[in-house]
Write a protein that binds this ligand. Sequence first.
Ligand SMILES: [Zn+2]
Length: 306
Amino acid sequence: MLQLFTHSVCLQHDPGPGHAESPARLRAVLEALDQDRFATIDRVEAPRVTREQLLRVHTPAHVDRILAITPESDTVRLDEDTLMSPASAEAGLRAAGAVVAAVDAVMTGRATRAFCAVRPPGHHATPDTAMGFCLFNNIAVGAAHALAAHGLKRVAIADFDVHHGNGTQDIFQREPRVLFISSHQQPLYPGTGNANEQGVGNVINAPLSPGEGSYEFRTLWNDVLLPKLHAFKPQLVLVSAGFDAHQRDPLANLELQSEDYAWITERLVDLAHAHAGGKLVSTLEGGYDLQALAASASAHVSALMD
Ligand SMILES: [Zn+2]
């Protein structure tokens, strides 16, 4: 059983005209998931994350700063890329809350797998900084919840967004109960993610070069990253699902096709079945070409249903 967590306020977070991380992204994903073949998915309204849940990975100052920004109109700029509109703080609470609720759903058996169709994305947000379109680190909040509320000892985070999940790495680089594995383009924003950044042995960074595509991506995951994930024997598999390594994406230069997202998802589902009773929670990160995003997210969710 697949559950889909989302909230209408995630469509109201609006960084402004011309911004790549637009409400149209989530609209494209939700429209794609409206097709008949997705009719059996159980749709759930994402709750708000609690302050306690956020404070497992963020500083009180960061949480207070984000929640204090509630412009009555227009946008407030946090950095060059990251802006907040009137609904943004609420969208941030629901996006992180979706992942927490999804973790609860799979841990209690209400669902086997879950996909969180939310924005703003999260994997660039560090303990004390919003950056790269991200306010709170949704996947990290979910992982920390799995450790604290469900007592898990081994949680894996697989991040195939084309950008390095610097925030997730920052949060967990001294936490051996979490294995963070990322493939990403280098050089590219945010500039981190060198192979020599290894945390306490729990961080694996696997850069790809501009122009590389399906073959290099699949070889890397097959030969290097999936074996590391299997050796870790995760009790829960979390996925930072960004679709911006697609050939059509305007923000990066990898050459993946939507079928590659079905392929990696099938392998992550196999990983979850091998060690975690099938338990897997995925959340939307990047993906900025609307057509590629819709096709790739559909491929991802189809593979999660099987
Ligand atoms: Zn990205």
